[in-house]
Design a binder for this molecule. Structure first.
Ligand SMILES: NC(=O)c1ccc[n+]([C@@H]2O[C@H](COP(=O)([O-])OP(=O)(O)OC[C@H]3O[C@@H](n4cnc5c(N)ncnc54)[C@H](OP(=O)(O)O)[C@@H]3O)[C@@H](O)[C@H]2O)c1
Length: 331
């Protein structure tokens, strides 16, 4: 089958992903074989392209956000049938879905309704799961007493879904950050009650809006460099949930306010093989929410065709770190 693959880790200006003929995936008992129809592109994948090389003689196939059609079901995949329209993620330790077909653990897949396009569906899984787990942990609800949330990076792929999930499923007041007119407009469209600028002092802007402190900060970018500002705006016993790689965090500063720190890695369950089916349930619920109008897909750029050119364009966009919503490639 055809797949977009590469051999050696490389930077964008030496882009080396090519369309190759590779062996068909070999599904495990718990896998679905899915014909891929659309893929979402994430900063994490462009980061892995820069750091992960294939074993000698091998190829790396990235891509852990897709929508498509089930073409085969393993013996341990109850609840799915050939022909089902689905969306899902995958396992970063296995080949991904930048290919005509992907073998994927059924526990991180959900069926989607006919009215949801493949492109729209492919914009959801990573944002929904990352935001859900960072905000609601394994409790399916915000920590007790959280009534307002500051979403840093509110126009990005994950921030967009965090804002939407908070407005759909909680009564929290949501403050999002965005630094440009178009990203401010998008953050507002995602449901933010207030938008502030992440390049301007946060505490000053919040005080200007009559907000003394916040209960939970959901941070998608620059968490390490912005830590002092985050600690400054959090109330005692507040929470910081972060999803980026912040480097060394000085948690000494947390002690004075008895703050809690929540990390999140969307693949931690599937890699550990524990409770992965909770992700399938969250995806199924979000697919229902889209059909019911409680959530909206976040595609802003659609590129057509599984080609090195579309993939290079997608990586170029994502690496600007100034995209709004999600870039999707349709097959
Ligand atoms: N832990 C996990 O499992 C997980 C899962 C998914 C993603 N991630 C990571 O989470 C981060 C966000 O992912 P994403 O898909 O939402 O990214 P994204 O879509 O590329 O985010 C783009 C947005 O980030 C905002 N931004 C840029 N620089 C910023 C800064 N210094 N401070 C605050 N916001 C800034 C931009 O807003 P303006 O244009 O308005 O400035 C832009 O709208 C990435 O580092 C990604 O690798 C982690």
């Amino acid at each position: 089958m055809k797949a977009l693959a590469y051999e050696k880790a490389h930077p964008l200006d030496a882009f080396a992903i090519s369309l190759d003929d590779i062996a068909e995936p070999e599904p495990r008992d718990g896998d679905l074989l899915v014909e891929v129809r659309a893929i979402g592109i994430n900063p994490g994948e462009t980061a892995i392209r820069q750091t992960r090389s294939a074993d000698p003689g091998g190829r790396v196939v990235l891509g852990w956000e897709f929508a498509g059609v089930v073409v085969a079901t393993g013996p341990a995949t109850a609840g799915f049938a050939v022909g089902d329209r689905v969306m899902g993620t995958g396992d970063i330790t296995r080949d991904g879905g930048w290919a005509e077909r992907v073998a994927v653990d059924h526990r991180v897949v959900a069926t989607i309704a006919d009215e949801l396009t493949f492109a729209d569906a492919a914009s959801l899984p990573i944002g929904v799961l990352t935001a859900w787990e960072a905000l609601f942990r394994d409790q399916d609800t915000l920590p007790a007493g959280v009534e307002n949330v500051l979403v840093i990076g509110g126009a990005g792929g994950v921030g967009s879904m965090a804002t939407q999930l908070l407005k759909a499923w909680t009564s929290a007041f949501v403050i999002s950050t965005a630094s440009r007119p178009e990203s401010r407009e998008w953050a507002t469209a995602m449901g933010a009650d207030l938008v502030v600028d992440h390049h301007v002092d946060l505490a000053t802007q919040l005080r200007g809006a009559g907000i003394d402190d916040v209960d939970l900060v959901f941070s998608t970018s620059d968490t390490g460099r912005r830590l002092a500002s985050i600690v400054e705006v959090l109330r005692p016993f507040g929470h910081l949930a972060f999803i980026d790689s912040p480097g060394q965090l000085d948690v000494e500063t947390f002690v004075g306010k008895s703050l809690s720190l929540h990390s999140e890695m969307v693949f931690s369950k599937i890699v550990a093989g524990r409770d992965a089916s909770s992700q399938g349930r969250i995806l199924a619920r979000s697919a229902d929410d889209v059909v019911a109008g409680r959530l909206r897909p976040i595609v802003t750029t659609t590129l057509r065709g599984l080609t090195p050119e579309t993939m290079r364009t997608a990586h170029t966009l994502v690496e600007t770190r100034r995209t709004i919503g999600k870039t999707v490639i349709t097959l």
